[in-house]
Design a protein around this ligand. Sequence first.
Ligand SMILES: [Zn+2]
Length: 88
Amino acid sequence: MNGQQIVHCPQCGGNKVKSNAKGAFQALLALGILFCITIIGIPLGIAFFIGAFIVKNSKIRLKFLCLECKHDFKIDQDTYHAYSKAIQ
Ligand SMILES: [Zn+2]
């Protein structure tokens, strides 16, 4: 992920950036799976899944954080798509 050349920090020009939404999405998904293991946790698990997909499709995903200087910034939709492809 650190090798991507698509999203650069507007402040320091570094390419060590991360999308806040990606981590949130993975965390919510993991929690959802965890809750679905127990029978009583399933409704809660489903709520986490829904939350995960809301995060994934919302504008939050366009927010990035620079790991070098801790500056957060937004990118546009097209840049995000290019970035998603690059890090896979
Ligand atoms: Zn920076």
